[in-house]
Ligand binder design. Structure first.
Ligand SMILES: Nc1nc2c(c(=O)[nH]1)N=C([C@H](O)[C@@H](O)CO)CN2
Length: 117
């Protein structure tokens, strides 16, 4: 299965369950594996057939910074839904990491897979 990948997409937003978290911006780091048939783009060398990682990245930054969110689980589901509804991605693995959320851990996070091949 072909994929388009995005690694360590940094999104600075209002995220968290505590009152103090609603007053600040924190960073999330997103990894995405998106199922996509890369052969048409390669065969034609035509951007029209590619899943544009730049367009996807910009859309997800806009989506996740639109309004405050409490849980990183919500972020992961919003991203998966957006990719499937707006970009016609059939399967996606979304990893959302929140660096610094637990002082004794480098990062904590969630991983989901949605859709099918
Ligand atoms: N499974 C989760 N656990 C926790 C979350 C979360 O989004 N998902 N969030 C918090 C707080 O916002 C935390 O990040 C503050 O440090 C706690 N647990």
């Amino acid at each position: 299965m072909d994929k388009v990948l995005i690694r360590q997409l940094k999104i600075e937003t209002v995220i968290g369950i505590y009152e103090w978290e609603k007053q600040i911006h924190q960073n999330l780091e997103i990894d995405l594996d998106m199922a996509w048939d890369n052969r048409p783009a390669a065969a034609t060398d035509d951007y029209q057939h590619a899943l544009c990682y730049e367009t996807v990245s910009n859309r997800l930054i806009a989506l996740i910074t639109e309004k405050p969110i409490e849980l990183i689980e919500t972020v992961a589901e919003m991203i998966a839904k957006c990719l499937m509804d707006e970009f016609d991605v059939r399967w996606v693995k979304v990893v959302v990491m929140k660096p610094g959320a637990v002082p004794s851990a480098t990062a904590v996070g969630v991983e989901i897979e949605r859709g099918h091949f």
